[in-house]
Design a protein around this ligand. Structure first.
Ligand SMILES: C[S@@+](CC[C@H](N)C(=O)[O-])C[C@H]1O[C@@H](n2cnc3c(N)ncnc32)[C@H](O)[C@@H]1O
Length: 468
């Protein structure tokens, strides 16, 4: 990790305070390259001087933001992934919905709109234009006002429509001059608005969230925050479609791959302690032979188990505890008969009292997957805690068994794997964003600077500016 450059960081703070643009969560390597590129165009030697320059020349903000916000896009960009969305993912998504159920789609980081209209075309093809008009809403957002203005016009030149199959171009666009305008009757279902992925609230109840080639510009921490919002934005079972450099290997807790290669993921249901497993007591096999000293054997087996375990009666008294529980929490056989809620371990390292009640009421095992516990100074362990209701053959509640599995080693391995995955993702994203930078470098010489209007600051709700 390179040390942050204080002058550069001061510049980012200035951009945030002056124009409401928060670039602090963007990857430094690419960001510094792009700012540096703009500075060399106007022959400013360092970041401090560039900050002074911005103070004196406010029009420079426009040029700078144009340089930073890479807006490379296209219709059905990465055709193979879109094909998979069309042939496999959309049909099953639509089949899971009622025939009149509304469909909510979000294109986040939509640039000049090609992605949003690609989605409109796919859905109109799948549903037919009438159903599309009544059922579909496509929210398309970006932080770049200039891009949004272009997107709202829905008008593209020859070069921009090149990626479209001719039959789709003919069906969905009206030619005029040397431009093509998206069909007005379908255009009404596409709603554009400014939304800053870093600062603004997400749109909710989304069935399909498309955010391609935008996440890769953010650092890992900001990506995580955005992904948590995306998780919130999606309805149950909702689909997330990312760009080809964006893998999410390290966010398996929020999204599970439908097709990793095409970067299609499904929302994992909000994690709730417990895995829904119904716990019932196994019927006891009829004893074949009498075993002498069975009770002692049972007690000893329970006591010597390498897994810490405590059993609490249905009315909340400590019934059993084993040696591991004593080592870990200091609960000894002397506590037997005491109310469990009086013990420290009833709320430390995790609040167990409510969970015990829940397990008893719902008659199912509750699982708390990762609990950090400071066993002694400098000795931290990770535990998986399971709360199992114990019932007899008539389904009468006997009590609960509390099991504490030491998952420290597995947790460390998991962290190392996540770290390696993050590094892999970052390297791949860097490569992809450098490619996009190169594309804009070769294009931008023919492109006039876009006029800058101050952004609506993040304190105004993002949905206020929705316009078709
Ligand atoms: C490379 S383009 C991708 C366009 C399109 N999604 C695609 O894949 O073809 C990245 C887009 O992300 C947008 N973007 C960058 N930072 C953003 C932010 N903080 N919030 C919303 N959009 C952002 C840029 O303005 C740009 O339009």
């Amino acid at each position: 990790m390179t040390q942050p450059d204080p002058q550069f960081e001061a510049l980012l703070v200035y951009l945030k305070e002056e124009r409401g643009f928060d670039f602090t969560g963007y990857k430094r390597s690419s960001l510094m390259r792009r700012v540096g590129r703009r500075m060399s165009q106007i022959h400013v030697p360092d970041y401090a001087e560039y900050l002074d320059y911005l103070q004196v020349h406010p029009e420079e903000f426009t040029a700078l933001f144009n340089t930073i916000l890479i807006n490379v896009t296209g219709f059905f960009r990465d055709a193979e992934a879109w094909d998979h969305l069309r042939t496999d993912v959309l049909p099953s998504m639509l089949a899971g919905k009622g025939p009149d159920a509304p469909l909510r789609v979000w294109s986040a980081g939509c640039a000049s709109g090609e992605e949003a209209y690609s989605l409109a075309i796919l859905l109109a093809e799948a549903l037919g234009p009438d159903q599309f008009r009544t059922r579909v809403k496509i929210y398309a957002t970006d932080v770049d006002d200039e891009g949004l203005t272009q997107a709202r016009h829905a008008s593209y030149d020859d070069r921009e429509v090149q990626g479209l199959p001719p039959e789709l171009l003919e069906r969905y666009f009206e030619p005029g001059g040397n431009r093509y305008t998206f069909r007005k009757d379908l255009r009404r279902s596409v709603i554009f608005g400014r939304n800053d992925l870093v600062q603004d609230a997400p749109i909710s109840r989304i069935d399909l969230l498309v955010c391609r080639n935008a996440l890769m510009y953010f650092n890992a921490e900001t990506q995580s925050r955005i992904l948590t919002r995306f998780h919130f934005a999606l309805a149950g079972g909702g689909i997330l479609f990312l760009g080809k450099a964006e893998m999410l290997l390290s966010h398996a807790n929020l999204f599970t791959p439908i097709d990793l290669k095409r970067r299609l993921f499904r929302k994992v249901a909000p994690s709730h302690v417990g895995n829904g497993t119904q716990f019932t007591e196994m019927p006891q096999p009829a004893p074949r032979n009498q075993v002498v000293g069975l009770d002692r054997l049972r007690t000893e087996a329970f006591s010597a188990s390498p897994v810490a375990q405590v059993v609490v009666t249905a009315d909340g008294l400590v019934a059993l505890s084993n040696r591991q529980a004593e080592t870990l929490f200091g609960v000894s056989p002397r506590e037997v008969g005491r109310p469990f809620r009086d013990l420290d371990m009833s709320y430390r390292p995790v609040e167990l009292r409510g969970l015990i009640e829940q397990a008893q009421v719902e008659r199912r095992m509750i699982r708390v997957p990762d609990v950090e516990y400071q066993r002694s100074p400098g000795d931290k362990v990770h535990l998986e805690v399971q709360i199992n209701p114990l019932v007899d053959t008539d389904a009468r509640l006997l009590g609960v068994s509390l099991i504490f599995l030491d998952v420290t080693a597995a947790q460390h391995l998991h962290e190392e794997l996540e770290h390696a995955n993050r590094q892999l993702e970052t390297a791949y994203e860097e490569l992809q964003s450098t490619n996009e930078e190169l594309e804009t470098t070769t294009r931008s010489s023919s492109r006039p600077w876009r006029s800058w209007r101050p952004p609506t600051r993040s304190c105004s709700p993002p949905t206020r500016n929705w316009r078709r």
